[in-house]
Design a binder for this molecule. Structure first.
Ligand code: G
Ligand code: G
Ligand code: MN
Ligand code: NA
Length: 254
C-alpha cells in the first residue's frame, strides 16, 4: 500500500527525526533522563506523530534498521548529556518487535555503544508486552545479553498487554512503565487508583523501578508519588522536545 511504499522512501531519504520527552525524578522533579520519540517529516503531510506510522513501520522489513538508526542517533545526541548533566542522564529508546527477533541485535547494540561512546549503563531499552508475546528465539536470553552491556530493560505500556504478570517472572525486567491509560483515570474512578496502586506495589515488591507516563496534573503526580513511583513523564512536566531544549532543561553541555 501507499504508506508502506512511502516508508521505504522515508528511510532512504532520512525523513525521520527524534524528539526527547524529559523524565523527572519524583523527589525534586529534576530532569534525570528522556525518551527518544520518532517524528516523520513527511514531504507532503508535514510532521507526523508515531501514531500515524509506527504500527506500519513495525510490521515492515525496514523496522529493525530504522530502530538501529534511532538508537545510534539518540546515543550520539545524548552522550554529552550523560557525561555533563548535574543529575546524570538516562536515555530511553523503544525497540521495534523486529529488533528483538533480529539475531544481530546484541552485536548491533554493542557496536552502536562503541561507535557513539555512550555508556550502556545509562541506557534503558523499552519493550512492550506485545513484543514479548510473539514467538521466536530465546527472548529472555537475548535480554540477558543486553543487560551484560549494562543496559536496563524496561517493560513499556505495562498492564495494557496480555500475560503481563507472567512476563515479570519470565524476563529479566529492571523497570516498568505504568501506561498512561491508568494515569488518565486517577482521581476520576476509584478503581483506577486501586489498580494503579496495586501495580506499582507489585513492581516495587519485586524490586523493580517504576516510571509512570502521561502525567498531566498535579493531582496525578501527588498520587503517584504517594504510592512509590520513582520517575515521571508527561505533559505536566514537558512535551517531547528537540535535543537543544532538553539539553537546556538538564543543564548539560551539547
Ligand atoms: O510520541 P507519541 O505519543 O505519539 O508515541 C506513540 C508511540 O510510538 C509510543 O508508544 C512510542 O513507544 C512509539 N514510538 C515512538 N518512537 C519510537 C521508536 O523510535 N521506536 C519504537 N519502536 N516506537 C516508537
Ligand atoms: O508509549 P510510549 O511511552 O512509548 O509513548 C510515549 C508517548 O506518549 C509519546 O508519544 C508522547 O507524546 C505521549 N505522551 C507523553 N506524555 C503525555 C501526556 O501527558 N499525555 C498524553 N495524552 N500523551 C502523552
Ligand atoms: Mn516508550
Ligand atoms: Na508507553
Amino acid at each position: 500500500n501507499t504508506l508502506a511504499r512511502e516508508l521505504v522512501d522515508a528511510v532512504e531519504q532520512q525523513q525521520f527525526q527524534l524528539l526527547y520527552q524529559p523524565v523527572v525524578r519524583i523527589s525534586d522533579e529534576a530532569v534525570i533522563g528522556g525518551e527518544a520519540l520518532m517524528r516523520w517529516n513527511h514531504p507532503v503531510r508535514g510532521v507526523l506523530p508515531p501514531g500515524a506510522f509506527i504500527a506500519a513501520l513495525d510490521g515492515s522489513r525496514q523496522a529493525a534498521d530504522v530502530g538501529y538508526w534511532v538508537l545510534e542517533e539518540a546515543c550520539r545526541t545524548a552522550r554529552p548529556w550523560a557525561l555533563t548533566a548535574p543529575h546524570g542522564f538516562r536515555l530511553s529508546v523503544n525497540l521495534f518487535s523486529g529488533q528483538l527477533r533480529d539475531p544481530r541485535l546484541v552485536n548491533r547494540v554493542r557496536s552502536i555503544l562503541e561507535r557513539t561512546g555512550f555508556d550502556g549503563r545509562n541506557l534503558d531499552l523499552e519493550v512492550t508486552e506485545n513484543i514479548l508475546l510473539a514467538p521466536g528465539g530465546d527472548l529472555a536470553e537475548t535480554l540477558q545479553k543486553l543487560k551484560l552491556l549494562g543496559i536496563a530493560i524496561v517493560l513499556d505500556d505495562f498492564g495494557t498487554g496480555y500475560g503481563s504478570l507472567n512476563h515479570l517472572l519470565q524476563f529479566p525486567i529492571d523497570r516498568i512503565k505504568v501506561d498512561r491509560q491508568f494515569v488518565r483515570g486517577l482521581g476520576e474512578k476509584v478503581d483506577y487508583n486501586t489498580v494503579t496502586h496495586a501495580v506499582v506495589k507489585l513492581a516495587v515488591d519485586l524490586g523493580l523501578k517504576v516510571t509512570a507516563e502521561g502525567i498531566e496534573t498535579e493531582e496525578q503526580k501527588n498520587f503517584l508519588a504517594l504510592i512509590g513511583c520513582n520517575d515521571l513523564q508527561g505533559f505536566h512536566f514537558s512535551r517531547p522536545v528537540a535535543a537543544a531544549r532538553i539539553a537546556e532543561l538538564i543543564g548539560a553541555a551539547e
